[in-house]
Design a protein around this ligand. Structure first.
Ligand SMILES: Nc1nc2c(c(=O)[nH]1)N[C@H]1C(S)=C(S)[C@@H](COP(=O)(O)O)O[C@H]1N2
Ligand SMILES: [Mo]
Length: 348
């Protein structure tokens, strides 16, 4: 891959547009080389075409992918281990099309309508980005995202996502396990919970500036330590083989596939380790409807609607896509032991 170095560019060429275009060209070359660029199948390198079948079988359409924030991301995305067929991090259910994954979103920082985030988050700045690590931990500090990601190899996982509103999707994420990050910052023996916070920036996030906002910002979430260390708990930095679109929680968001979608907090700026169960946004808003655990459970209904069925998006005229909701969203074999002896109707 040939990259025009800065010294080859005549200073008069350096308008904001040309910088943008050069960077875009650089990115798209790099992506082609990495085989991430949609339609560049002849250039798919071995890491991505690895035997294990149709990992990364669907890629984000190139024209829909936002230019990535910085060059180090290209490096990060140049080797992604594909989803392993048949494993716990894979499902053969139909993927929800990219277009639906990136245009039907819950991200109240950008508004409460499903199409608000994709319309209003496009200029959201995700570089530079830092994440504060705080609380009961040996290595607290404010880390540049690049440094936090450095030790971790990215992998693809195909997970079901079940929203408490009764729709679900199947999404191929790119990221790494939350447990690996936790180990790398060495929590103390007092750390019993992990708390997460989303960015607060009303200038960029119109939902936070709104007088009608129902959430007390920042959006906060949390997990019990054993849940956070469970190998299914994932920090996603991409989707469909490519960078995370802002509406899906760029540059880094949580994905906890056995819990209702609201646990999977987006655009994380702080991770703290605590002795006490941390507050969580939807529980603060309406504790009789949304608990701390929020495990997908077809037997424990929301006070205002049943939870034993869901609509698998996209719904079409010919496929109403109604299906049964599974215990722990189909991940019971992996996670049921975490809740042994707990009354799940009480700890909802
Ligand atoms: N910061 C933040 N994170 C959030 C939300 C939000 O409003 N703000 N919505 C949650 C809900 S309710 C769901 S269903 C998922 C949706 O993720 P997706 O838009 O990537 O499908 O994000 C979750 N994470
Ligand atoms: Mo949700």
């Amino acid at each position: 891959m040939l990259i025009k170095s800065a010294t080859d560019i005549n200073p008069s060429e350096i308008t904001p547009e040309s910088i943008y275009r050069n960077r875009r060209q650089f990115m798209s070359d790099a992506l082609k080389t990495a085989g991430i660029f949609a339609g560049a199948s002849s250039m798919v390198p071995s890491v991505l075409s690895a035997a294990d079948g149709d990992a990364l079988r669907a890629r984000a359409p190139a024209d829909l992918v936002r230019s990535p924030p910085a060059e180090w991301w290209v490096e990060k995305f140049s080797a992604i281990s594909p989803a392993q067929r048949g494993g716990s991090y894979w499902t053969d259910e139909d993927l929800t099309p990219y277009q639906d994954v990136v245009s039907f979103n819950n991200f109240y920082e950008f508004g409460t309508d499903k199409e608000d985030p994709s319309r209003r988050a496009q200029s959201f700045k995700v570089d530079p980005w830092s994440v504060e690590i705080a609380g009961e931990v040996d290595k607290p500090g404010v880390y540049h995202l690049e440094d936090l990601l450095k030790p971790h190899m990215l992998e693809e996982r195909i997970y079901r996502l079940r929203c408490v509103e009764r729709w679900s999707m199947v999404i191929p994420w790119i990221g790494f396990s939350l447990g690996d990050l936790i180990k790398s910052v060495s929590p103390t023996s007092k750390a019993k919970y992990v708390a997460f916070e989303t960015l607060v920036d009303p200038e960029q996030m119109p939902g936070q500036a709104s007088r009608f906002s129902i959430i007390n910002w920042p959006y906060v979430e949390g997990l019990r330590m054993d849940e956070a260390m469970h190998p299914l708990s994932f920090l996603a930095v991409g989707v469909y083989g490519n960078y995370m679109p802002p509406q899906n929680g760029a540059p880094i968001r949580l994905v906890v596939p056995w819990k209702y979608g609201f646990k999977s907090i987006k655009s994380i700026v702080k991770i703290s380790f605590t002795e006490q169960e941390p507050p969580t946004s939807w529980n603060l808003l309406q504790s009789s409807e949304y608990g701390f655990y929020a495990n997908v459970n077809p037997e424990v209904h929301h006070p205002r609607w049943r939870q034993d069925m869901e609509t698998r998006l996209p719904r079409t005229l010919f496929s109403p896509a109604r299906q049964s909701t599974l215990m722990f969203n189909g991940y019971a074999d992996q996670v049921a032991h975490l809740y042994q002896g707990m009354d799940l109707a009480r700890y909802y």
